[in-house]
Design a protein around this ligand. Structure first.
Ligand code: 8IG
Length: 279
């Protein structure tokens, strides 16, 4: 039997669920404040080796609001890391996506737990499709802004969250101090899980999108609502539909991610160190 989803009851505040999870994390780790929270998407898992020392590893099912992920290549634990600079890093596995069908509250949970753990910076990574033809699979890209094309929001009630600096310019500048060659672009978030049609990608391009995926936008909005600074790094693992002739398969996406993983791991760990020094 799967565990009951606390978000199914509309009377339960998702902020309270996040606070409970954060209290459990504090009790288990003895760490009062995790300054940085980090979400590792597909292709980014190897970064753990470089970040520092993993001091605690908590199965997702032991924390309110988290469940094991449904997709191979996604991880199911929440880890506490003592970073190379001494900063405490909360590593959030068990990310939910809209296509998992657990609702928008489950998707927003990681950002809310990060905020409840005292984080100032919320660093997300993902694998994305490239709309710009010059971005070959294996290219890392900074997300500079997003188009939320999911037709939903994690914000509940009339809270008019400012999204003017959704992907912190300051944090992007810090990332570029680590790697000046990092390109940046506008991410469009679709619900999925089907990939887009070529017509949808042409529409996305004409709206101003440079890369496409099924994560990140909801988490970003929840993070901004909670007052976190957001940095998001995408690994381009495929050309989006119609950008090249190759068919789009999850296996090919995973393979491209794996091939780039050692490079991405070092890059991400260096960026996290640089962010930690500037907190
Ligand atoms: I990796 O081409 C990855 N994730 N929506 N489209 C969407 N999500 C993706 C894609 C893509 N590639």
């Amino acid at each position: 039997m799967p565990r009951a989803n606390p978000f199914d009851d509309p009377r339960t505040s998702p902020i309270d669920v996040a606070r409970e999870a954060a209290e459990r994390i504090r009790a288990i780790t003895g760490v009062e404040t995790h300054e940085i929270a980090l979400v590792l998407g597909s292709g980014w898992a190897a970064a753990v080796e470089h970040l520092g020392e993993v001091t605690h590893e908590i199965p997702a099912r032991e924390l309110p609001g988290f469940v094991a992920p449904t997709v191979p290549g996604h991880v199911a634990t929440i880890r506490s890391v003592r970073g190379r600079t001494g900063a405490r890093i909360l590593l959030l596995g068990a990310r939910s996506h809209l296509y998992d069908g657990r609702g928008v509250r489950a998707v927003a949970h990681g950002a809310r737990v990060a905020a409840a753990c005292g984080a100032k910076a919320f660093v997300m990574t993902n694998a994305s499709g490239g709309i710009r033809p010059d971005w070959k699979p294996g290219t890392p890209v900074l997300i500079s802004d997003h188009i939320n094309f999911t037709a939903t929001s994690p914000v509940e009630g009339a809270n008019f969250v400012d999204m003017g600096d959704a992907y912190s310019r300051r944090l992007r500048d810090i990332a570029r101090q680590v790697d000046a060659t990092l390109d940046e672009g506008v991410y469009i978030g679709f619900r999925g899980p089907q990939y887009e049609t070529p017509a949808e990608i042409r529409a996305a391009r004409s709206m101003g999108a440079d890369l496409v995926g099924m994560s990140t936008v909801i988490d970003c909005i929840a993070a901004r609502e909670a007052g976190l600074d957001v940095l998001a790094l995408a690994l381009i693992t495929n050309h989006a539909a119609g950008v090249s002739d190759e068919p789009l398969t999850h296996d090919a996406v995973l393979a491209a991610g794996e091939a780039a993983e050692p490079r991405m791991a070092k890059l991400l760990a260096d960026i996290v160190d640089a962010v930690a020094k500037e907190l």
